[in-house]
Design a protein around this ligand. Structure first.
Ligand code: MG
Length: 321
């Protein structure tokens, strides 16, 4: 197999194009993390780019928040594999007006999110740049990394925490309105779900990924990688802070707004049929993070998003759409 199959979209067409050129040298592409077999377990690696005016604006977030977010986004992929973080390598491109104090803020945010998950900053590289860029490699280890492939018909589809909060903050900021305070917190300080990821892996998670582009897109990746179909009931999606108010302004149903909202960095996970709501409550008690059932795996392909009796055709965020 040349790469883990991905869902539709021009961003993912480009990844398929790269994989086709690399051939057998690109066989690892397409999942949240690369997995390198290592004595005593596997080395789990991921890289994540945060680019000014694409992923954030400097007028919206402090340097400390920008550092935190970039680190959290990379660490979130380790969470999706059920991995234990080791550290991060960070390349930073600095624009001329980004001074030493701002750089210290950036480093502080990166260090704080590393500390939160028991990781360190292993190294990095600095360069001059036209816009602020952070490229973060996250390094972790796992005895049994959970990939996107492995969901089976009958499995339940569950999601951690809540969805759409980061998008709610982004929508308000973009429109020049003050965002809901909790929504801004979701956007500025996303918490990588490392502990829930490890607990879910231990509980027998069959397939998992982090919701970086919205469930509408990420569910398709899980379905494609596992070669199954998903039925997702949008009415069951746990809505994040600020979603109802911002969805109304956008003229969308809150559940649709939340399904298309990326960067909450929650986990979407396929769990065996016998994983129950009581098991979900136990996870919430031990980790402080809720787990909501949002769908079911069946034989077939693609994702059916059902909402109030209708089937909707939804897609997630795509950098090249
Ligand atoms: Mg991911």
């Amino acid at each position: 197999m040349p790469l883990t199959p991905l869902g539709p979209g021009p961003e993912f067409d480009r990844i398929r194009r790269i994989a086709a050129v690399l051939g057998p040298r690109g066989a690892q592409l397409g999942d949240d993390c690369a997995v390198v077999e290592w004595p005593g377990g596997a080395l789990v690696l991921s890289v994540d780019l945060a680019l000014e005016d694409v992923h954030f604006r400097r007028s919206w977030l402090s340097p400390r928040e920008i550092g935190w977010r970039a680190g959290a986004a990379a660490l979130s992929d380790l969470a999706a594999d059920g991995a234990e973080p080791v550290g991060m390598l960070t390349s930073v491109g600095l624009p001329p007006d980004f001074g030493d104090q701002a750089l210290e803020g950036l480093a502080r945010g990166l260090g704080e999110v590393a500390a939160l998950v028991g990781a360190v900053v292993l190294g990095g590289d600095l360069s001059r740049a036209e816009r602020l860029i952070l490229d973060v490699v996250a390094v972790g280890r796992a005895e049994r990394p959970v990939t996107r492939a492995g969901a089976r018909p009958g499995d339940g589809i569950w999601v951690t925490g809540s969805l759409g909060g980061a998008r709610a903050a982004w929508s308000a900021l973009e429109a020049g309105r003050p965002p809901d305070r909790d929504a801004l917190e979701r956007f500025a300080h996303p918490v990588p779900r490392i502990v829930p990821g490890r607990v879910l892996a231990a509980a027998g998670a069959r397939a998992m990924l982090d919701v970086s582009d919205g469930v509408a897109g990420d569910a398709r990746h899980l379905a494609a990688a596992s070669d199954v179909a998903l039925d997702v009931d949008l009415g069951t999606l746990p809505l994040g802070p600020g979603v109802v108010a911002e969805a109304e302004k956008a003229g969308q149903a809150p559940a649709v707004f939340a399904a298309q909202g990326g960067e909450d960095y929650e986990l979407l996970v396929a769990l065996p049929e016998d994983f129950s709501r009581n098991d979900a409550l136990a996870l919430q008690r031990t980790t402080g993070v809720g787990l909501t059932r949002v769908g079911t795996v069946r034989a077939g392909s693609g994702v059916s998003f059902r909402y109030e009796g209708a089937v909707l055709d939804l897609s997630g965020y795509d950098h090249f759409a």
